[in-house]
Design a protein around this ligand. Structure first.
Ligand code: DGL
Length: 274
């Protein structure tokens, strides 16, 4: 890395729009950074695919971001963070930050009764990514996990207040309600889009942890340590790439980021897979 490396953008990827919940945090916390976002909307969801497929897709996503000359990669997908982070770090020689470590640390900071719930995709839950990390950091913590795969399409559809979303959340979260958890990790970056429903169903006394928020501080530290924090003071810009342009991408992206999102570019899948 040389002096001008700090001017390069930060690359952020997810299987779809979920990573925008992470971008939103970056825009506030690191306003002078340029961001290149890639959402693999043609191949979402990752959470119900095998580990080897998620690894293959994640390597392709990271390679795409590297072709845009990024200085660091944020894996804004808990599924890819659970399954592919070691492979990504082995393959690429730039800082790579996932969601599991930051989300786990934030949950342990928050919990008082040491009963932590984790919701995520099937892949994240079946790999016990959070349970392993939480217990590694604090063996006395009790972890209760639940896969909530239907939350991803509900978020992608923007169904943030529909009755059906409440009913599905009741079904998924009922079991966790009986465990007396005081903290719930939203272990999928799509889930903050549904946080209103999730909070209502799980109850006001349970603190929700957004792994995206937790990751921002870690990224800041990592960039600082590597002398990669942008020296710009004029504000950064964000560029969005997707592997398919779903009709709702722009609408939901704007709803979520709270600002106009222009110039979303489609990347042909063939260029990712060569
Ligand atoms: N947003 C992703 C995550 O954080 C996954 C959604 C999916 O592709 O299944 O796990």
């Amino acid at each position: 890395m040389n002096n001008t490396d700090s001017d390069k953008p930060i690359g952020i990827f997810d299987s779809g729009i979920g990573g925008l919940t992470v971008v939103k945090r970056f825009l506030t916390a690191l306003p002078n950074e340029n961001i290149i976002y890639f959402g693999d909307t043609a191949r979402v969801p990752y959470g119900s695919k095998s580990n080897s497929t998620v690894i293959e897709y994640s390597l392709q996503d990271a390679r795409f971001l590297l072709s845009k000359n990024v200085k660091a990669i944020v894996v804004a997908c808990n599924t890819a963070s659970s399954v592919a982070i070691d492979e990504l770090r082995k393959t690429f020689d730039i800082p790579i930050i996932g969601m599991i470590g930051p989300g786990s640390k934030a949950a342990l900071k928050e919990t008082k009764n040491k009963k932590v719930g984790v919701i995520g995709t099937r892949a994240t839950i079946s790999n016990s990514a959070y349970a392993k990390r939480l217990k590694f950091l604090d063996p006395s913590v009790e972890v209760f996990e639940k896969a909530c795969p239907l939350f991803v399409p509900l978020a992608e559809e923007g169904w943030i207040k529909k009755n059906a979303t409440f009913e599905i959340a009741e079904e998924y979260l009922n079991e966790l309600r009986s465990k007396e958890i005081d903290t719930l990790v939203l272990g999928c970056t799509h889930y903050p889009i549904l946080s209103g429903v999730i909070q209502k169903v799980i109850g006001p006394n349970v603190k929700l942890i957004d792994s995206g928020i937790a990751s921002v501080e870690i990224v800041k530290e990592e960039l600082k340590k590597n002398n990669l924090l942008s020296q710009r003071d004029s504000g950064g810009e964000s560029i969005f790439y997707v592997s398919d342009i779903p009709t709702k991408f722009k609408e939901i992206a704007e709803l979520f980021l709270g600002k106009p999102v222009n110039g979303i570019t489609k990347v042909e899948l063939e260029t990712l897979t060569v």
